[in-house]
Design a protein around this ligand. Structure first.
Ligand SMILES: Nc1ncnc2c1ncn2[C@@H]1O[C@H](COP(=O)(O)OP(=O)(O)OP(=O)(O)O)[C@@H](O)[C@H]1O
Ligand SMILES: [Mg+2]
Length: 317
């Protein structure tokens, strides 16, 4: 599978590198960014409790969204979203095509900054810090909040260099790289398959292996959160099952937000589910809106809104 320039560009930013300044960050003073740095870095040993109980109210939310609207130009793609994302859980975003799932998930690591006409309104806090505060460094945000895309997008480099890419750019000492690469590949359940061919091109891996490599690449910069936008939609059922198992293991160390069109997948892997739909206003403008957000069992067994029920039972969307 060939990586195109856009994919590589997007992925380079998704692993929290500093290749160039993204647009819309011109006000930030590079030397005085206390905000995100003030958030305890889980990679440096912040103690956390595994949040298994999705019934309880979310305490110490990783993200708190309050009245979030994302526009492209004048048009709102998704509007008025208020929800909290719990630590050490998998939160699924579901809903019909075009309801703004990708738009919303991109707002959680400021990937929308890279789309010039995109504007985020409302409030998004990350561990209580305003994610869009002018002192927040979006590159550091993307190191802490990694992203895995629908289509596996390895760089046209060796397996080793793909995983080492982010740590290298972030200045990890050379001596630590081999250890980081091995740890990340093990975490991504790929080590056994590639340990004897680390110097071979990543492009020669299967699609499922490439996606696990992209997960390893995201893990290599020691993130706090991993965002996944339909990570399995290009994969066969066996590769999908491997990624789902992997997500289940990763949640004890990371917070995961996943966009999926696969209802079974949302039901299998997530602890909380947010259902979005598209509403059409009097002027015929379409806009995504959050219908219901609850623990996954409730959403799938006793949804509170007919639109959710219709969607998950396949009557709509
Ligand atoms: N870069 C962009 N510029 C302008 N409009 C955009 C852009 N990206 C998305 N949109 C619009 O925003 C709306 C939401 O798109 P988005 O990709 O977030 O939906 P989605 O829920 O992820 O859909 P799908 O399930 O098909 O991936 C759509 O109307 C889309 O056309
Ligand atoms: Mg999408």
């Amino acid at each position: 599978m060939a990586a195109n320039a856009q994919d590589v560009w997007q992925a380079a930013r998704a692993v929290g590198t500093t290749l160039s300044r993204p647009p819309m960050t011109e006000t930030a003073d590079l030397d005085s960014r206390p905000s995100i740095a003030a958030v305890p870095d889980p990679a440096k040993g912040r103690a956390r409790e595994a949040g298994e109980n999705a019934d309880s109210d979310i305490e110490e939310a990783v993200f708190s969204l309050d009245g979030v609207t994302v526009r492209y130009g004048d048009l709102a793609a998704v509007q008025g979203v208020t929800l909290d994302i719990a630590p050490n859980q998998i939160t699924a975003l579901i809903g019909p095509s075009g309801c703004g799932k990708s738009t919303l998930i991109r707002s959680l690591n400021r990937m929308n900054d890279l789309i010039p006409e995109a504007r985020v309104e409302g409030s998004i806090t990350y561990h209580g810090i305003d994610l869009y505060g002018k002192d927040v460094d979006p590159v550091e945000v993307r190191r802490r909040v990694g992203m895995v895309f629908q289509k596996p997008n390895p760089f046209p480099k060796s397996i080793y260099d793909n995983v080492a890419f982010g740590p290298r750019v972030n200045g990890s000492p050379k001596g630590d790289l081999a250890e980081i690469v091995e740890r990340s590949l093990r975490q991504a359940a790929l080590w056994d398959e590639v340990k004897d061919k680390l110097r071979q091109s990543a492009m020669a891996l299967s699609g499922g292996q490439q996606q696990r490599l992209c997960i390893a690449r995201a893990l290599a910069v020691s993130p706090d959160v991993i965002l996944m936008d339909e990570p399995c939609s290009a994969l066969d059922p066996i590769s999908t099952a491997r990624i789902e198992d992997l997500m289940d293991e990763l949640k004890s160390d990371y917070t995961i937000v996943i966009v999926t069109h696969n209802m079974q997948q949302a039901a299998r892997v997530s602890q909380r589910t947010a259902f979005f739909t598209t509403e059409v206003d009097d002027a015929g403008r379409r806009c995504g809106t959050l219908v219901e957000y609850d623990d996954t069992d409730s959403i799938f067994t006793s949804p509170g809104d007919k639109r959710t029920e219709d969607y998950i039972t396949g009557r709509f969307g």
